[in-house]
Design a protein around this ligand. Structure first.
Ligand code: 6CM
Length: 253
C-alpha cells in the first residue's frame, strides 16, 4: 500500500519486508497484546474524568514514584466521518507529524524495521522551567479483524526504545513513553451496497492511552496542569486535521 511505500522510501531501506522478523518483533507483539487486553479495563476505579468536551472524555489516574508524576492518561473519543484506518494512517505516518503535533521541535525516522514499524527520534518543545526533552520510540501500525465485526480494528503503538543513532545527550532529558491509539470503525444505517457508504454513515471510536515518564524531575503541579491542557488540545487538533485531510478523499476502509 502507499502507507508502506512512504515509510520505506523515507530512509531508503528497501529490504524491510512485510512479516519479516527483526530484533524488536517479540517485544512489539508483547506490548501490542498488552494494550489490547488493557483497552477493556474499566475506568470507574481509580480514574478521574478530568475533561469532557463533546464526545471526548479524558481520564487520568494519579500515580507518583519518588516524587515523579507518572499519571496514566486514557481518552475516549468518537469522530464522525472518518475510519479507524484513516485516523491511524495520519497518526503513524511521518510526513504528517509536524502538521498536527504542536509540541515538537523536530521529528525524524532513524530506522525502518519493516513496512509497519519505524523508529522515531523526536525533540520536544521546551516547557519552562523544565529541561528540554527528547524521545526515541518504535512506532508500529497494524489492523486486525475479530470474528464478530466486519470492520477491522486499527492500532498504532509508540514505545520507547534505545538506539545507537539516538544517544542520550545531557542536559537533554529522555522521555519514556508507551502510547497506544486504538480505533474501531462503525457504519451507521449501512446501505445495501457497501459501495454506497458515505462519510455521513461512518464514525470512528477511538481509545488513546499514554503512560509517560518525564524521565527527570518536573514540578508535579506544573506537569499535571500541562497534561490536563495538552492532551485534549492534541486530540481536538489531530481529529480536525484528519477530518480536513479526508473530507474530499475516497473513504479508506
Ligand atoms: O501521542 C502523541 N504524539 C505522538 C507523536 O509525536 C507520540 C508522542 C509521544 C511522547 C508524548 C510525551 C508528551 C509528554 C511530555 C511531557 C514533558 C514534560 C514537560 C514539563 C512540563 C512542566 O506518541 C501526542 C502527545 C500529546 C501530548 C500532550
Amino acid at each position: 500500500s502507499s502507507t508502506n511505500a512512504t515509510a520505506v522510501s523515507a530512509t531508503g531501506n528497501h529490504n524491510a519486508l512485510v512479516g519479516e522478523k527483526h530484533r524488536l518483533s517479540a517485544e512489539i507483539e508483547r506490548i501490542v497484546q498488552g494494550h489490547l487486553k488493557y483497552k477493556y479495563e474499566d475506568v470507574s476505579d481509580g480514574w478521574d474524568l478530568i475533561h469532557q468536551e463533546g464526545e471526548m472524555k479524558v481520564y487520568r489516574r494519579e500515580v507518583e514514584e519518588n516524587g515523579l508524576v507518572l499519571d496514566p492518561m486514557k481518552i475516549f473519543h468518537t469522530i464522525k466521518g472518518v475510519t479507524g484506518h484513516e485516523i491511524c494512517h495520519y497518526f503513524w505516518e511521518f510526513q504528517y507529524r509536524m502538521e498536527w503535533e504542536t509540541t515538537l521541535d523536530s521529528t525524524k525516522i532513524i530506522e525502518v524495521l519493516d513496512p509497519q514499524t519505524v523508529v522515531f527520534y523526536q525533540v520536544h518543545k521546551r516547557v519552562w522551567p523544565a529541561a528540554q526533552r527528547d524521545s526515541c520510540f518504535w512506532s508500529h501500525i497494524r489492523s486486525f479483524t475479530s470474528s464478530d465485526e466486519d470492520q477491522p480494528t486499527w492500532l498504532v503503538v509508540n514505545y520507547t526504545t534505545s538506539h545507537l543513532l539516538a544517544p542520550i545527550k545531557s542536559p537533554q532529558v529522555r522521555i519514556v513513553a508507551n502510547v497506544a491509539l486504538i480505533c474501531e470503525t462503525v457504519i451507521n444505517e449501512p446501505p445495501l451496497n457497501p459501495k454506497d457508504i458515505k462519510r455521513e454513515n461512518i464514525e470512528c471510536k477511538l481509545t488513546y492511552v499514554a503512560f509517560v515518564n518525564p524521565g527527570g524531575w518536573v514540578p508535579s503541579a506544573a506537569l499535571r496542569s500541562v497534561a490536563k491542557r495538552e492532551y485534549p488540545r492534541f486530540l481536538k487538533r489531530f481529529s480536525s486535521y484528519v477530518l480536513e485531510q479526508t473530507r474530499d478523499k475516497p473513504i479508506l476502509f
